[in-house]
Design a binder for this molecule. Structure first.
Ligand SMILES: *[C@@H]1O[C@H](CO)[C@@H](O)[C@H](O)[C@H]1NC(C)=O
Length: 215
């Protein structure tokens, strides 16, 4: 499997070396509104996509529209230059999502040990987003409460997977890091990930070990 994340990570090291800044944020950081989908990147000019894991995927205004496979292998990811979210003042994450009423999905936060270099100590941390309404809704979550003790000062990617219903259309849109403090506690549609090691391990392999082997 082509490892887009690792390639992006290596490129990011170069980027970080020349332009890294931990200045306090003054506005939200738009990761992806899918205007660059056809050129294969997000708004930060880094890789996004599904690596062919979906039955179908396409972008429309502000969002990506996809149909997960029934075998549970589908995921969608965003990679970007390592973000020192805590130091820079990004307090939360926001995106729109539409899935079947009552559905759930896992959100993976990918972090490194620190941003320089941003390719060591990679780990995956999870939150489960539950009880979707069946309509497009906005999920706003503070950067707290992900499992596996991530370093919120070294965020390198996001991935959505474990879609509870397959063979039906989902959307994810306007993926943004929010500047400033985001109300503590979890919104009602977001619950902390259960400590299901099996799920984490499986995802970790799909997303990370396969990739690292390619390096
Ligand atoms: C994305 O954000 C734009 C600008 O706020 C908004 O007009 C649009 O409805 C949003 N679309 C989605 C899919 O979230």
């Amino acid at each position: 499997m082509l490892d887009r994340r690792l390639l992006a990570g290596l490129a990011g090291g170069l980027w970080a070396a020349t332009t890294a800044s931990a200045a306090t944020c003054t506005s939200d950081l738009l990761i992806d509104n899918f205007v660059k989908w056809t050129s294969g990147t997000n708004n930060l000019d880094w890789q996004n996509g599904d690596d062919g894991s979906m039955t179908s995927i396409a972008a429309s205004a502000g969002q990506v529209v996809f149909v997960p496979k029934a075998d549970g292998s589908s995921y969608f990811y965003e990679s970007f230059p390592c973000v020192t979210a805590q130091t820079s003042g990004y307090g939360g994450l926001q995106f729109t999502i539409q899935g079947p009423a009552g559905a759930s999905v896992s959100l993976e936060l990918q972090t490194a040990t620190n941003c320089n270099p941003d390719t060591t100590g990679m780990k995956s941390s999870y939150n489960i987003i539950t009880d979707l309404t069946g309509r497009r809704q906005t999920v706003t979550m503070p950067l707290v409460g992900f499992d596996n003790d991530p370093n919120y000062d070294a965020i390198v990617g996001l991935a959505w997977s474990v879609f509870s219903q397959a063979n039906t259309q989902w959307t994810i849109g306007n993926i943004t890091l929010l500047c400033g403090s985001v109300a503590g506690g979890q919104p009602t549609s977001v619950a902390p990930a259960p400590t299901t090691a099996s799920m984490s391990t499986r995802l970790f392999r799909v997303w990370r070990f396969d990739g690292m082997k390619m390096g």
